[in-house]
Design a protein around this ligand. Structure first.
Ligand SMILES: Cc1ncc(COP(=O)(O)O)c(C=O)c1O
Length: 355
């Protein structure tokens, strides 16, 4: 990493401006035991420690940029969307409350919550006093559920406007160009931490859902003119990797454009794989759960069965099968989400078995 590129990138982030809603830089450390077992140098970037609650995660960086715009445009209410156990929705609700704004959540029930047994993120949403609308998913993806309910959102915005409120509307995952800037900044932060530790990552591996995290990282990589580090995204939903990948390229380019950079993504700036999704979004499977147990039992770190656990399993599978060669320096970006461990049995699968 050339220091000049990092300084120039930091200038662009500062010019856009953000609120301070997390504890940054997040920790970065080596996983000594797994590194030794597999003959790699494996590091972990702890976005699960983003704060400012115990239940932080990757959305806080996006919200720092998004809610700055909400505040600057005089909004007092924040809408967002996700599944009933959405980390993004919960993190948005905490961040909105910190900014004195009211969170309104539209949640698609992929897993139907049980009355009288509200768990995990939905429980936190309730404690935060978010206005919660649960929408039947009818077997559709969260995106399709939301597309089918657009009129409901517009009607609620109009009602609130009539009462003198102004709504800031955040799409699923906070994955707009402005939100994804947070992960361009995270990329610079990771490379600065790596440099301070005297390492050069060969791989940076993470979960990819709505794509903003990966797009932001790819934009950060472009800003640093980094051609050393291979950026690898593990899908958590069954999307066509080609069209999904093109969307991430477009989003990364719009991050660069928003920042006022002339740079655009080079060919092969990142790769994604659908191979570790398993049966689908919010659907656990044994091999991924085995690696959730493995990480906990070797390093004392929790990942979740919907996002970070599947990505960790994907990365470990590629270390085991040599796709990521021995001797590589690998960074796993832990995006948070461990609240899912306290959610419905449909989501955690066999993790609760006493063995
Ligand atoms: C814990 C966790 N990890 C990863 C992701 C995926 O991030 P992105 O939507 O930016 O791809 C999410 C998104 O909700 C998440 O909650």
């Amino acid at each position: 990493m050339h220091e000049d590129n990092a300084v120039a990138a930091r200038r662009l982030f500062a010019a856009l401006g953000k609120l301070s809603l997390g504890f940054y830089p997040t920790p970065f450390h080596k996983l000594e035991r797994i590194s030794e077992e597999y003959g790699v140098n494996l590091y972990i970037k702890r976005e699960d420690f983003s704060g400012t609650t115990l239940f932080g995660g990757n959305k806080i960086r996006k919200l720092e940029y998004l809610l700055k715009e909400a505040r600057d445009t005089g909004c007092d209410t924040v809408f967002t969307y996700g599944a009933t156990q959405s980390n993004h929705a919960m993190e948005t609700a905490t961040a909105a409350r910190r900014c004195g704004m009211k969170p309104v959540l539209f949640l698609g029930a992929i897993v139907e919550p049980k009355a009288g047994d509200v768990r995990a993120n939905l429980l936190l949403d309730a404690i935060l006093g978010a206005e919660i609308h649960i929408l039947p998913s009818l077997g559709r993806s969260t995106k399709d559920t939301m597309a089918a309910n657009k009129e409901l959102f517009a009607a609620r915005i109009a009602e609130l406007a009539a009462q003198g409120h102004k709504v800031y509307d955040i799409p699923i995952g906070g994955s707009t160009a402005r939100g994804a800037v947070g992960f361009a900044e995270a990329y610079v932060e990771i490379m600065e931490q790596a440099r301070a530790m005297g390492i050069r990552p060969d791989y940076l591996c993470t979960t990819t859902g709505s794509g903003g995290t990966l797009a932001g990282l790819a934009a950060g990589r472009a800003l640093l003119k980094d051609t050393t580090t291979k950026l690898r995204g593990y899908q958590v939903g069954k999307k066509d990797p080609a069209t999904y990948g093109q969307g991430i390229v477009r989003l990364a380019d719009s991050v660069l454009e928003l920042l006022g950079s002339e740079t655009r993504l080079a060919e092969g700036a990142f790769s994604i794989t659908p191979d570790y999704v398993g049966p689908g979004y919010e659907k656990p499977y044994k091999e991924a759960n085995d690696d959730i147990r493995y990480l906990a039992r070797t390093e004392g770190i929790f990942t979740d069965p919907v996002y970070s656990g599947k990505a960790f399993h994907g990365m470990m599978s590629e270390i085991r099968n040599g796709t990521i060669p021995k001797g590589s320096t690998v960074v796993f970006l832990h995006t948070g989400g461990a609240t899912a461990l306290f959610s419905e049995a449909d989501i955690i699968g066999d993790l609760g078995e006493l063995r």
